[in-house]
Design a protein around this ligand. Structure first.
Ligand code: SF4
Ligand code: SF4
Length: 275
């Protein structure tokens, strides 16, 4: 069973997986567990690397199409395959998960806990999406390991110093990533922060300065998963946003807030550049 799981993930170019007993996980959305129709015994955590170079004015996770779409399609492929091969049930989650994913991935040994709040993998750094399969198969069948104590990052403090909004220093208006995604008008201070950050969606500053991401940002560490290498937007413009058909817009991670926050931020940059 363990080798089948490895093979299934390997066919998807997903290299880093780890199984832990479900009882070691922190359940944060119990209603999702109740809907499963089976009692989970094992959580298989896996990392989906997405880095394929920086984007000019978008957080690099948002340069490719929406990872929720990727995960949905991935689960539709691998869960039935694993169920048929084993006779057990499998259900996949990412982001909206029954468990605290970052905690589960760190105790499964998939990475360190960064002071910027992100999981950091030795090769792919913090440029990873965390996904998990819950199954009623027992941990022993899946090579399940005992959870380990979460390992901290080196604590260099570079992310604290560089954080443009002061969020990591416990100051200011909140994380700049959230500010760029905010609906409605921005305050003057928020506008200044967006202009300083240089991004119309998200903020990568604490990832860009993290020494543990140096290897991840080399070309040889770019994601091996075609979905995240193709159809990337590395610079969004007002014209491109206005011309983007609704179906294409809906495929993007930034679509869940609608077009208005992006249009407002883009306009902010063009107004500033004319001054
Ligand atoms: S994403 Fe940007 S604003 Fe948010 S914590 Fe990181 S550096 Fe600070
Ligand atoms: S920049 Fe330094 S303190 Fe911040 S997450 Fe990376 S290693 Fe940790």
């Amino acid at each position: 069973m363990r080798s089948t799981v490895r093979q299934v993930f390997s066919q998807e170019n997903i290299e880093y997986t780890a199984a832990i007993p479900y009882e070691a996980c922190r359940v944060v959305r119990p209603y999702l567990v109740e809907r499963l129709g089976f009692a989970p015994r094992t959580a298989i955590l896996f990392l989906v690397p997405y880095y394929a170079g920086q984007a000019e004015n978008l957080s690099c996770y948002a340069a490719a199409r929406d990872y929720h779409l990727y995960m949905r399609n991935l689960f539709a492929r691998i869960c039935p395959t694993l169920s048929q091969a084993s006779g057990y049930s499998f259900a996949g989650f990412a982001d909206h998960s029954p468990i605290d994913e970052r905690h589960a991935a760190t105790i499964a040994g998939l990475g360190m806990r960064g002071e910027n709040g992100l999981l950091i993998h030795p090769r792919y750094g913090s440029f990873v999406f965390i996904g998990e399969l819950l199954t009623d198969a027992p941990p022993a069948l899946l090579g399940g390991q005992e959870p380990i104590a979460p390992a901290p990052c080196c604590g260099c403090g570079a992310c604290h110093t560089a954080c443009p909004s002061g969020f990591l220093r416990g100051e200011g208006e909140g994380c700049l990533s959230a500010i760029t995604q905010k609906k409605g008008e921005l305050t003057e201070r928020e506008q200044q922060l967006v202009l300083t950050g240089g991004s119309v969606w998200g903020c990568d500053v604490c990832q860009a300065v993290c020494p543990h991401n140096a290897i991840a940002m080399r070309e040889e560490s770019y994601t091996p998963i075609p979905f995240f290498r193709q159809d990337r937007i590395t610079r969004l413009t007002e014209e491109a946003l206005a011309a983007m058909p609704e179906e294409a817009f809906a495929l993007r991670a930034f679509s869940f807030r609608g077009r208005a926050p992006l249009a407002r931020n883009l306009q902010l940059f063009s107004t500033y550049s004319r001054k």
